[in-house]
Design a protein around this ligand. Structure first.
Ligand code: GLN
Length: 225
C-alpha cells in the first residue's frame, strides 16, 4: 500500500544511508512475498479501505511473523492504513471488519467524516514530525501502546484526545503521510539508529546538511489546514 507519497519514506532512508556511504538494500514485499529474514526496517504505507481489504487476508496471515519480528526489535514505521492494520482491527465506516495483527495495542473505527489536512506531531525524542493526514478511521490506544506524541485539537488519532500515532518498542505507527520522513530528518535518523543498535553496531551517524528539509517543515507547518 502506498498513497500520498509514502514510498518516499523508503527513498529518504536509502538516501540518508547512501550519503553516508553505508550499504542499503531495499526489498519490496507484496501479497505472497516473503519478508527478508534479515530485515532491519519494515516500512508500510497507507491505502483506501478497498486496498486494505484486498491485502487483508495476506497481512493477517503474517500476524505471527510480524509479532515475532516486533518482539525481536525490528524497526517498523507504519503509515495510516498500515498503522491501523498493525493494530487489532479496523472497522470501516461501512461496518466492514479488517483484521489486524495485534502488533500495536490499538483499535480503529471508521466514521463518515474524514480527518484531512496538513498536520504535525510533537514527539519526546525526535522533535516535531510534519506531514499530511487523510483518514476516516479513529484510533484508540490501549495500555500496551504509547502515543507517538501530541498534536492539535481535532486531528491525529481520533480528533479527541490530542494524541497522534502509537509506539511500542521499535514499532511506530502514524497518520502522517507526505512522506513524513522527508520533512522530519531527526526522526529518519532515529529509525536508522534504532536499526544499528539492534544489530549491536555503532549507531553514530555522520551529520548531514538538513537545512532544506527543516525549511520545508517550517513552511509546511505554517500552511493552512
Ligand atoms: N482507509 C483508511 C482510512 O480511511 C486509511 C486511509 C489512509 O491510509 N490514508 O482511515
Amino acid at each position: 500500500m502506498n498513497i500520498y507519497g509514502d514510498t518516499g519514506n523508503v527513498l529518504v532512508l536509502r538516501k540518508r544511508l547512501q550519503w553516508r556511504d553505508r550499504p542499503v538494500y531495499v526489498t519490496p514485499v507484496s501479497i505472497g512475498d516473503p519478508i527478508p529474514a534479515d530485515a532491519d526496517i519494515l516500512l508500510g504505507g497507507g491505502g483506501q479501505d478497498a486496498a486494505q481489504g484486498e491485502i487483508g487476508a495476506d497481512f493477517a496471515s503474517r500476524g505471527p511473523e510480524l509479532r515475532a519480528l516486533a518482539d525481536d526489535g525490528v524497526v517498523m514505521l507504519a503509515i495510516c492504513g498500515s498503522y491501523q492494520m498493525l493494530g487489532h482491527e479496523f472497522v470501516t465506516s461501512e461496518g466492514r471488519r479488517i483484521a489486524g495483527v495485534g502488533v500495536l495495542d490499538v483499535v480503529t473505527h471508521g466514521q463518515r467524516e474524514r480527518l484531512i489536512g496538513n498536520n504535525w506531531v510533537d514527539t519526546p525524542d525526535a522533535g516535531r514530525l510534519v506531514g499530511y493526514e487523510n483518514h476516516s478511521g479513529l484510533t484508540t490506544l490501549g495500555p500496551g501502546a504509547a502515543p507517538l506524541g501530541r498534536t492539535q485539537p481535532g486531528r491525529g488519532n481520533n480528533g479527541q484526545d490530542g494524541t497522534e500515532g502509537a509506539v511500542r518498542d521499535n514499532v511506530i505507527g502514524t497518520y502522517l503521510h507526505g512522506p513524513v520522513l522527508a520533512k522530519s530528518p531527526r526522526f529518519a535518523d532515529d529509525l536508522l539508529r534504532r536499526a544499528y543498535e539492534r544489530r549491536g553496531e555503532p549507531a553514530d551517524l555522520e551529520p548531514l546538511d538538513d537545512s532544506l528539509p527543516e525549511q520545508a517543515a517550517r513552511v509546511a507547518v505554517a500552511r493552512p489546514r
